[in-house]
Design a protein around this ligand. Structure first.
Ligand code: SF4
Ligand code: SF4
Length: 309
């Protein structure tokens, strides 16, 4: 049966498929509250086309990354694959529960998701259970955890999206990565134009949201000269040096209108996903990624303006 599931998932564009037996999860893990009969977690990882990052790397187009690499992956490509895999399991008489990321629902009262508009999020939804995606991806053998919390894969580095199907079918376990990709170089931390990642790799979600949306002037070709004119610390904000709180972040975000958001409240990554891109470039330069390309991703030195960060 595993071959049928793998071929169905591949036909639906999944690139990496791994099965984690239930024994890899503690009994109090949310997967058992979501589906107590869970015997296997099926992990599906999808490459984000490397070319989709070119516009946000060069500062030439931001909409393509947001619509093709985030919105379409989350809202169309991955749910379609999950549904087909779930139907395949049901055909064989098994239970199957797809699990996609809740982009606009969170258990915490005062956190945010930088990928969507902060005021589109329903907070404090602790009865709406969600599994720990990164932990499950690692247990499914899809990749390893990078310092800044991205899933790093042998094939595509951090340029992947992923989702799951819980099932009561028993499937052969995937090998879990022995971590070998993240070398602790810190380039992901240094690349963030808003200092949103601390030295231990923890990402401050509000700091990230402000700079993901383009508060750093050196990363934002759309910023008007009088941006943030109501703010006493406008130069600090524009230089990527302002430390925000949830309250000040909301005010700054209310004053960012530089680029239209996509559907489903998805926001454009004006920061250029610098943490992931610099990680990818680092792994590519080291030659450790198995998916090879004819030319390197980075075509020229990063914009000199960024050297002032
Ligand atoms: S940039 Fe370096 S430290 Fe950060 S996740 Fe990638 S390999 Fe690890
Ligand atoms: S580079 Fe962008 S996505 Fe990464 S932590 Fe900084 S603001 Fe967030």
């Amino acid at each position: 049966m595993e071959n049928k599931i793998i071929s169905t998932a591949k036909k639906c564009e999944a690139d990496i498929i791994g099965f984690a037996p239930a024994e890899r999860f503690d009994r109090d893990n949310n997967i058992f509250k979501l589906l107590p009969e869970t015997k296997t977690v099926i992990g599906l990882a999808f490459r984000i086309p490397r070319g989709a990052y070119r516009g946000i790397e060069e500062g030439s187009t931001y909409y393509q990354y947001t619509t093709m690499a985030v919105e379409n992956m989350e809202e169309t490509i991955m749910p379609m694959a999950q549904l087909r895999v779930a139907c395949e399991l049901e055909e064989q008489g098994y239970l199957a529960l797809p699990q996609r990321r809740h982009q606009q629902i969170m258990a915490q009262e005062n956190s945010t998701n930088p990928e969507v508009a902060y005021d589109s999020i329903y907070r404090g939804m602790d009865k709406e259970l969600q599994m720990d995606f990164l932990d499950a991806a690692v247990k499914c053998g899809l990749g390893e955890k990078g310092l800044h919390g991205a899933l790093l894969t042998d094939e595509f580095g951090p340029m992947v999206s992923y989702c799951f199907v819980l099932t009561d079918a028993k499937l052969p376990p995937a090998e879990v990565y022995r971590p070998h990709l993240c070398d602790g170089c810190g380039k992901c931390i240094a690349a963030c134009p808003g200092g949103a990642i601390d030295n231990d790799g923890n990402v401050d979600p509000w700091q990230c949201a402000v700079y993901y949306n383009g508060a750093n002037g050196t990363k934002n070709p759309f910023m008007p000269p009088d941006a943030f004119k109501e703010f006493d610390n406008r130069l600090e904000i524009i230089a990527g040096k302002a430390k925000v709180t949830p309250e000040t972040a909301r005010k700054i975000l209310d004053n960012i209108y530089f680029y239209p958001s996509a559907q489903h409240a998805y926001q454009c990554s004006i920061c250029g996903r610098a943490c992931d891109i610099d990680c990818y470039v680092h792994l590519e330069e080291k030659g450790v990624l198995t998916k090879k390309f004819k030319t390197p991703f980075r075509k020229r030195e990063k914009c000199p303006a960024k050297k002032c960060q």
